[in-house]
Write a protein that binds this ligand. Structure first.
Ligand SMILES: Nc1nc2c(ncn2[C@@H]2O[C@H](COP(=O)(O)OP(=O)(O)OP(=O)(O)O)[C@@H](O)[C@H]2O)c(=O)[nH]1
Ligand SMILES: [Mg+2]
Length: 331
């Protein structure tokens, strides 16, 4: 029975992947659900889609809540659509406006995009996904890429570590800040400045935009960078498309700069390595949790906390029991 179920799963994975490759939106939507929920066959599905061997440019849009990330994403999508490109947008833990929590004006602005067949929009919730979120996001972006979208926009709220991990799924990271948040120092602390390839001061229709632009330009001028790319500080009013063409142009410039220096490929390789390491770590932990005698990690933790053994002894014992280390080998 298990073999039959396995064959069925494989057939579904193959046909979903073929649907994705043929540009069928329904197949992509189903494939994303399979991957997001880690359903049986998701690995085969990803392998089939990867075999399409397509390349997209991945742009991350991150910044504080309410900075205008979704509005800017929609405006950029319109620019690229105007150039005949197909655009996929993935929004992580969105509050608005993709998920319906939008003000009327926002909903009116987003509606035409949602009707455009050249645009695919998907939301992902962080709640409940735990530490696996970043991995699932990478996989979803891979599915979109394998489905033929040349442009992928990844919107995340930039406040914590998970979000920074998610930003690593992008080739170009756009950090959106606003004068009203007045939080640029906070943003720097949250590590946004380090991941930024382009700064956008959005809501430039607000009077406090100028000083924020100056502060950011000073900060960028002071920061030392390994690559030759100096992040531009641009202004935009995403609600009226003002400045959005320049943001799109800067994204293009950044991509060309990356490609020219070999950094685009280097980013892809670094990203792959981080993902392999994460997968190996997860698999190792799961394996050790299964094979360890008694309660595995929980039992070992109680032993260590009670002074019965050290952290290092517990780790060595688990690794030895799990067949990862031989008795005479150091970790
Ligand atoms: N005045 C002004 N309002 C803007 C601008 N850009 C976006 N907004 C408004 O700001 C609000 C938040 O915009 P969103 O695009 O949803 O912001 P977000 O960063 O995606 O928000 P979250 O996903 O909830 O973090 C909406 O009501 C937008 O209409 C702008 O340039 N100027
Ligand atoms: Mg949003």
């Amino acid at each position: 029975m298990a073999a039959v179920a396995g064959r069925g799963t494989r057939t579904v994975a193959r046909s979903l992947a073929e649907g994705c490759g043929a540009g069928e939106r329904a197949a992509l939507a189903r494939a994303i659900s399979v991957v997001e929920d880690r359903r049986p066959g998701f690995r085969e599905l990803l392998a089939h889609v990867a075999a399409h061997d397509r390349r997209a440019h991945r742009t991350g849009i991150t910044g504080p809540p309410g900075a205008g990330k979704s509005t800017l994403a929609a405006a950029l999508a319109r620019v690229w659509r105007g150039a005949g490109e197909e655009v996929a947008i993935v929004a992580v833990d969105p509050t608005s406006p993709w998920s319906g929590g939008a003000l009327l004006g926002d909903r009116v602005r987003m509606a035409p995009l949602q009707l455009d067949r050249g645009v695919f929009i998907r939301s992902m919730a962080t709640r409940g996904a735990g530490g696996g979120l970043a991995e699932a996001v990478h996989d979803v972006v891979d599915l979109m890429e394998g489905s033929g979208f040349g442009r992928i926009l990844l919107e995340t709220v930039g406040v914590g570590q998970t979000e920074l991990g998610v930003a690593e799924a992008a080739d170009t990271v756009v950090v959106v800040l606003t004068p009203e948040s007045g939080d640029e120092v906070q943003a720097m602390k949250a590590g946004l400045a380090e991941v930024a390839d382009i700064f956008v001061v959005n809501k430039a229709d607000r009077p406090e935009a100028r000083p924020l632009v100056r502060q950011l330009r000073d900060a960028v001028g002071l920061s030392r960078r390994r690559s030759g790319w100096k992040p531009p500080v641009l202004t935009a009013v995403a609600t009226t498309d003002e400045g959005v063409d320049a943001v799109a142009a800067a994204i293009g410039d950044h991509r060309r700069s990356l490609a020219g220096s070999g950094a685009l490929e280097a980013r892809r390789i670094a990203r792959a390595e981080a993902r392999i390491r994460a997968e190996v770590r997860t698999a190792l932990e799961a394996h050790l949790g299964r094979v360890a005698a008694g309660g595995g990690f929980a039992e070992a933790a109680r032993m260590v906390a009670g002074g019965g053994e050290t952290v290092y002894e517990a780790a060595r014992r688990l690794l030895t029991v799990g067949g990862i280390l031989s008795a005479d080998e150091d970790p």
